[in-house]
Design a protein around this ligand. Sequence first.
Ligand code: FES
Ligand SMILES: [Fe+2]
Length: 391
Amino acid sequence: MVYRLLVCDAMYYDAAESMSEATPAILQQTNGTAASEAQRDGDLGFLWDFWYPALRSTEIVGERLATAMLLEVPLVLGRTSDGKPFAMRDSCPHRGIPLSYGRFDGKTLECSYHGWRFDACSGQCVEIPSLTSQDKLRVDRIFAGHYPCEEHDGYVWVYMHAPGSRLGETVPAAPKLATFSAKYKITHLACDLPAHVDHGIIGLMDPAHGPFVHQSWFWRSRGSIHEKQKQFEPIPNGFRMSPHSPSSNSLPYQLLKKRTGEPVTTTIDFILPNRRLEEIRSGKLWFTSQTTVTPVRRDLCRIDFVAAWNLFFLPVPIFRLFGKTFLRQDQETMIQQAEGLKHNPHLMLIDDADRPAKWYFALKANLLESRRTGAEVAHPMSGPVTLRWRS
Ligand code: FES
Ligand SMILES: [Fe+2]
């Protein structure tokens, strides 16, 4: 199987730290026989009622329709004639043919099979051509599945509410990348990973694979491995690696410090369902990035990486070259991991290097529990924690 390195991502996590036993059960559930148990229950380990990036903005131009899959839901996306993006379930409510085979006129989407027409933004049916003046069917009561849709930072975001659930009154705003000056450069990379989203996410936050997977002359060598300690703190729906000076063994950080003569600080957040945010500041110079790992199917996820910076000495093509190298290294590793996961092995999470992964599973389990009971979300961290590992 060939996995696209659509355009790839960057920056490994330099993260880590402490406590509360999480629920790594899903690790055993996402592959092989145990997987089928979870899947029989209809629980694919996805987090509903969150925004996910479906496509790049540039993929929906004019009246062209595009398709995407999020959380195993097929979507058809497009843009109305006034430029507003929309996302519908790619399935006609009449007989299920994908609506993406139909015709779009800038406002309504006409199914290719019997010509039912739907308003693209609301999903409401506006015409059933076969009806006669005798028919009493209320066309306006028929809806195709549709999802809230927003556009930020070059992505079309779709709010995936749970199947069979009604969309809540208020939908939170879609995530946005932080920027700190009027002028900046921005670039996007993406890459498919042949794994359940949980493996993609814990790979993203894993601090210990750097010296092995990301050996590069421009980043680091295996020999540069040394002991680190980082402080972490709880934040709503996630955790933060408290502001710190980044690894002294990484060339890009050394260059930045030389340039500004001011200290470099990095803050890294992980926020449910799938976002890693990094902010690097040194004097007036800044670099921010957002990495999301989005579930496509139970066995496939996609990393979307967007970075912005005002470091005018860092040209986009050079950055992309490095970013792609990083992503390809992660992707190759996950392709190899997928080979092993086919046989449903027992897996481990160790302290402290896998503590962020434990927090992730605990945050996820606690969120689901709170949605079930209506109680507040319990946070797996009771306060700041220092994690120690070698990388
Ligand atoms: S299947 Fe779409 S109109 Fe009949
Ligand atoms: Fe990595």
